[in-house]
Design a protein around this ligand. Structure first.
Ligand code: 5MY
Ligand code: ADP
Ligand code: MG
Ligand code: MG
Length: 319
């Protein structure tokens, strides 16, 4: 079929400048174009109905004006898929409601693999942090994570806390989460509609009982899974740890889990971080869920995203 008679579709995107730069790559534009899909940048400040005959919208913007703009568009054009609904995305902006998704899943667990989330408590009042009772049943070491997961640099600033003294650096609201030894590797599971792809990434190294006994205070870190091997080495988080020999979790387990999460959250574009308990190889813990992550780092990102756009514009089912 020649280009002139092939039906063409319009996918509008509304993304922050950094995200646009990493996601809307020439290779993706070209791939989609070949499939009859044109990617068009939206002006989030202007009415969406006046920006072309859109067949689908993708977005990662959180301000009130944008949500209002989207809301009006959804009312006027209810048949056009908006990927995803702001209300569904919102749940991932808080590290407590994010992991409640997992604890509420009614997913038939396989005979071997089990899943859950690490024990955690949320502290809303900074004065509680200086007293001894903030941890409840949890034991040191813990990871302290900002409660808000709103995409700001601040929301990724974490601390490994070894003792009560280390708690002094923290400010509420904060989530204190049990540190689980997991062999220094996380599995990042990317979800794009029906498509599920798992990759391995570096993580914090295990902490031995001996180290727990001798370490004091706190250790700050941020976005450790995005460090290169060299940066990882320089930061002295451990030896240069090769990921190649690490066994992947069974893919059917991850696919089933991703499907259950997708349906439960009503989201199509997200990834989640999974660790495997070093003391129990069949126990997997979900520690983080991210809306619209860095897909350009996912293998085959162009064909996978193009296929997803195709499914959306041709009105195949989406959650
Ligand atoms: O920028 P990238 O490509 O590293 O992507 C970030 C993600 O990295 P990942 O793809 O999981 O390795 C990153 O994932 P992590 O939180 O590091 O697990 C987030 O999704 C981040 O978005 P936000 O800051 O939480 O809104 C993502 O940032 P944005 O691209 O959305 O700003
Ligand atoms: N409970 C935990 N036990 C051990 N390591 C953890 C735990 N939670 C987080 N980490 C490590 O900290 C990193 C950052 O935590 P994460 O919750 O994924 O925050 P972010 O949203 O910034 O990616 C993880 O990729 C992992 O390396
Ligand atoms: Mg993470
Ligand atoms: Mg995250």
């Amino acid at each position: 079929m020649s280009d002139s008679i092939q039906e063409r579709y319009l996918v509008g995107y509304a993304l922050a400048a950094k995200k646009q730069h990493s996601f809307i790559q020439p290779s993706l534009i070209e791939h989609s174009k070949q499939r009859g899909i044109d990617l068009v940048k939206l002006d989030p400040t202007k009415s969406l109905v006046e920006q072309g005959k859109l067949d689908c919208i993708i977005h990662k913007l959180y301000d009130v004006d944008w949500k209002e703009n989207l809301h009006k568009f959804r009312e006027k054009c209810p048949g056009v898929p908006v990927i995803d609904s702001p209300e569904a995305i919102e749940r991932l902006h808080n590290r407590v409601s994010m992991l409640e998704v997992i604890t509420q899943l009614r997913f038939p667990v396989s005979d071997s693999e089990r899943f859950g989330v690490p024990e955690q408590v949320v502290v809303m009042d900074s004065s509680v942090l200086s007293g001894g009772g903030a941890l409840g049943e949890l034991k040191f070491p813990v990871i302290a994570k900002p409660l808000d997961a709103d995409g700001s640099a601040k929301s990724h600033k974490m601390f490994l806390i070894y003792d009560q003294e280390g708690m002094k650096i923290l400010k509420a609201p904060i989530v204190l989460q049990e540190f689980v030894n997991h062999g220094g590797v996380i599995f990042k599971v990317y979800v794009v509609g029906d498509h599920v792809k798992c990759v391995k990434r570096r993580s914090l190294p295990d902490i031995s009982e001996e180290k727990i006994g001798t370490s004091k205070g706190s250790l700050p870190f941020s976005q450790i899974s995005n460090l290169t091997a060299q940066e990882d080495k320089n930061k002295e988080y451990g030896e240069d740890r090769s990921l190649e020999t690490v066994e992947m979790p069974p893919s059917s387990f991850l696919t089933d889990l991703a499907k259950a999460m997708r349906e439960s959250m009503g989201l199509n574009l997200f990834n989640f971080d999974v660790i495997r308990d070093a003391r129990d190889a069949n126990r997997y813990l979900i520690i983080d869920i991210n809306y619209f992550p860095g897909y350009a780092k996912m293998p085959s990102y162009e064909p996978v995203l193009t296929e997803f756009f195709w499914d959306m514009v041709t009105k195949k089912k989406h959650v």
